[in-house]
Design a protein around this ligand. Structure first.
Ligand code: SAH
Ligand code: SF4
Ligand code: F3S
Length: 441
């Protein structure tokens, strides 16, 4: 049996594409190797969102080259966003790569591997969603469901529209059938994936069209699905119907990841985010009105070209005011062929780093303060495994997407009531409560 080794970089889309690659390879008779040097097929699913992502991947690729020198029959494959962004240049820069393919061409890997001549080839056309490949899930009770591919926005800093193509929504009937099959296979939590999930459906023919909130309703009706999450929504498309879905549909979790990027309307304009600071804060107010306990998380970029001290202070103010439950913070990284990379007034690296440190301090303090609201409450926790720091304890997630480490008994996939006794900016700690049933809190 030939063996493969797959390394995944980047976001949940890539994680999910990798699950699909693994499922496909195993259906072709490959098994997963425990290390790269045991593999006949060395694969990389790449990301190009920031320069660091590129650098990390290239270091790994050098290691694969050394292995191929020792065993020349080893096949090296490179998929994902980096491959898409450089296309055939992959082969000129790294001639030992055998096959390269973009995120829209995952299924082409099978064609390549089953063809008679394995001469180097690249596959980079955008085809929308690529085939119903079997997925090998990391946990049997959780699944990702890709509801759309691509992105129609043109955020000036972002490489994704050029690596994933135009937005294409998948047919709702196909999606619901996929989720029903997952539920029948033991899945109780689904995460709907898309670059801009709440613009879902706009490209579908009128007779098949569902809006994102209608899709949430349909998924909520699937028996066995107890938790629905999604990522990422765009603030411009965060309408009241989607917010109400969190209040009204029992499976839709009390957590929204609402990417801010910057708290300055001037910077948001140059980022081409299509909302202002006021409109963003108005969305937050609407969420807090309908779903007061909703956890909010976000993405923020510091050091976008032309960001002044005053712009940055506005970002700090929004973080202070909203009080996020958590945030991913990034230093702006110029990406090839994006509009922002060509802008003047690039912010010096030391200034970016200093702003990042200041931002992280405020994010963590506010997250820690917000987390105190859970202390003393009993939350529904879906067990994922053992605590990473103390294997005698269990680890799971609340509906708010908070990691909870606790004392108790249970198996992965079970939902148990946990009384929260402590809270830091990142995690909650608690004790499984044996008598109380978990409330929807
Ligand atoms: N479609 C998602 C984001 C995908 S990329 C959305 O719009 O929310 C994930 C995050 O990476 C972005 O939200 C942004 O904060 C960050 N990011 C994207 N391009 C970047 C760049 N060039 N430099 C730094 N951070 C970037
Ligand atoms: Fe990138 Fe903007 Fe599309 Fe998100 S919405 S993937 S940040 S272009
Ligand atoms: Fe994701 Fe990275 Fe591509 S964040 S969409 S894998 S560039």
């Amino acid at each position: 049996m030939p063996a493969y080794h797959l390394t995944t970089f980047g976001c949940q889309m890539n994680e999910h594409d990798s699950e699909r690659m693994k499922g496909m390879l195993e259906s072709l008779g490959y098994r997963e190797a425990t290390s790269r040097d045991q593999a006949d097929l060395i694969l990389f699913n790449t990301c190009s969102i920031r320069e660091k992502a590129d650098d990390r991947f290239i270091a790994h690729l050098q290691e694969a080259r050394a292995l191929k020198r020792r065993s020349p029959d080893t096949v090296i494959g490179v998929g994902g966003c980096w491959a898409q962004s450089v296309k055939h240049e992959v082969f000129t820069r790294f001639p030992y790569v055998d096959v390269a393919f973009g995120p829209g061409q995952v299924h082409k890997l099978a064609e390549f591997l089953t063809s008679d001549s394995l001469t180097a080839q690249g596959y980079f056309a955008f085809e929308g969603f690529t085939g119903d490949l079997p997925a090998k899930r990391a946990r049997e009770f959780q699944a990702w469901v890709q509801i759309s591919v691509g992105c129609n926005m043109s955020c000036s800093y972002c490489i994704v529209p050029s690596t994933r193509g135009r937005e294409v929504s998948r047919d709702p009937a196909v999606l619901i059938a996929e989720i029903e099959a997952l539920a029948a296979d033991g899945v109780s939590e689904v995460t709907l994936l898309g670059q801009n999930v709440n613009s879902y459906g706009r490209d579908l023919a009128p007779e098949r069209r569902l809006s994102f909130s209608e899709l949430l309703t349909a998924v909520d009706h699937v028996s066995g699905i107890e938790r629905i999450r999604y990522t990422s929504p765009h603030p411009k498309d965060m309408r009241e119907d989607v917010i109400l879905a969190h209040a009204e549909l029992s499976a839709v979790c009390e957590h929204i990841h609402l990417p801010l990027q910057s708290g300055s309307s001037a910077v948001l304009k140059r980022m081409r985010r299509t909302y202002t600071r006021e409109r963003y804060l108005d969305r937050v107010a609407l969420i807090r009105e309908h779903v007061p306990d909703c956890a909010l998380t976000t993405d923020i970029i510091v050091g976008f070209p032309g960001e002044t001290d005053a712009d940055f202070r506005e970002t700090l103010e929004v973080v202070e005011e909203v009080g996020y439950d958590g945030a991913f913070t990034f230093i702006y990284s110029p990406r090839r062929e994006t509009e922002a990379a060509a802008m003047g007034e690039q912010v010096p690296h030391e200034v970016k780093v200093a702003r990042m440190e200041q931002l992280v301090e405020v994010v963590q303090r506010r997250a820690q303060e917000r987390a105190q609201r859970f202390v003393g409450r009993t939350l529904e926790v879906l067990i994922e495994g053992h605590s990473r720091t103390d294997p005698s304890r269990l680890r799971g997630r609340s509906r708010h997407n908070k990691v909870v480490n606790f004392d108790g008994l249970g198996s992965p996939g079970e939902t148990v009531p946990v009384t929260i006794t402590g809270a830091s900016s990142q995690t909650l700690t608690g004790q499984m409560s044996l008598v109380a049933r978990a409330g929807r809190s």
